[in-house]
Design a binder for this molecule. Sequence first.
Ligand code: ADP
Ligand code: MG
Length: 252
Amino acid sequence: MSLLSVRDLSISFGGVKAVDGVSFDVEEGEVFTIVGPNGAGKSTIFNLISRFYQPTGGSIVFDGQDITRMRPDQIAPLGIARTFQNIELFEHSTVLQNLLVGRHSRRRTHWLEDMFFLPRVRREELRHRRRVEEVIDFLDLQPYRDKMIAGLPYGVRKIVEVARGLASQPKLLLLDEPASGLSVEETQDLVFWIQDMNKDMGLTILMVEHDMSLVNQVSDRVLALADGRPLALGTPQEVQSDPRVIEAYLGA
Ligand code: ADP
Ligand code: MG
């Protein structure tokens, strides 16, 4: 069974089919990347999986559960975390505070327990903290731990977004253009982090990315989209040499 199965997924905006019959499976343990020109429907697929958008057709099954009609707030507790193409962090909170917030989706305690601060809650809090500190160490964010987001360089904020996703201990991490706006050096660091998250942490990753050097280095499989429709699916090499993909990119 695949970790994520997307079947015949479709959505229209004002009569325009932004996603038009897209199917793919993400296997546990792989890095699966969606590529395609601007407007191809990549972020829309993420918004459909994280349930911000309601599909007009098709289905999404995650970890054996049909999530097609679930509410957005039901998704994170199942083990799906995402980053946004445009960074969405609390600007006037520190890195640590942003990560502690991200962890809340996995809380298992009830508010009554919180009120009385039972030992179980205390243990849970300590686990959250420990996990967040591990993620901070893992992504080399120690120097920025207590700094306000608003004052941080763009490249660091992008990594904090990834860290926030990781802090919730997801089974599936969705990364929307993690390398956009990063320098060559920062992009290379990101390659290592993605490889470490995937290999060392055993995390399954679904990514949208334009930077083909990053795509080639980390992806097990690639799906190419154009105008909301799938063009090619295979290894990075197979997809890049597919004539339909070359045509869509070059407009030839
Ligand atoms: P990309 O592949 O660049 O991430 P998107 O998924 O953001 O592309 O967009 C695909 C298409 O869907 C575009 O034509 C975009 O304008 C349209 N679209 C996405 N979200 C909305 C929305 N909320 N309302 C109207 N149109 C949308
Ligand atoms: Mg996008």
